[in-house]
Design a protein around this ligand. Structure first.
Ligand code: 5GP
Ligand code: ZN
Length: 113
């Protein structure tokens, strides 16, 4: 399958990896929207978060756990940060392999643009 994030997870395309385990990888976004902009990506190919269900709820929970641990590691946990998962075109999803954005290091605004 021709999927960018599957290739990054397999090490076939380079990325600035900050964390990996048997379930997820986390790496720096190539086009950062904040001083900290990391992507937490499952090794399993799931196209959109619409495909998440009870069978992979532990994986989704693990993605959030890894994101919050990384926020602590890069010292943005106290000031705050944002986790974002975009879904399909109106949600702004560009890469159809689910991922969680960890954004921080500047003031986040609501609602986003
Ligand atoms: P989406 O819009 O699908 O929620 O987010 C996809 C993200 O992947 C974007 O923030 C984009 O900058 C990032 N991205 C796209 N291609 C690459 C790449 O080749 N390497 C890395 N590290 N990030 C990428
Ligand atoms: Zn994939």
């Amino acid at each position: 399958m021709d999927c960018l994030f599957c290739k990054i997870a397999k090490g076939e395309i380079p990325a600035k990896l900050l964390y990996q385990d048997d379930k997820v990888v986390a790496f720096a976004d190539i086009n950062p929207q904040a001083p900290t902009h990391l992507l937490i990506v499952p090794r399993q190919h799931i196209s959109t978060i619409n495909e998440l269900d009870q069978a992979n709820s532990a994986l989704a929970g693990h993605m959030v756990h890894v994101a919050t641990q990384l926020a602590k590691e890069v010292n943005i946990d106290e000031k705050g940060y944002r986790l974002v998962m975009n879904c399909n075109s109106e949600g702004g999803q560009a890469v159809y392999h689910i991922h969680c954005h960890l954004l921080g290091g500047r003031q986040m605004n609501w609602p986003p643009g």
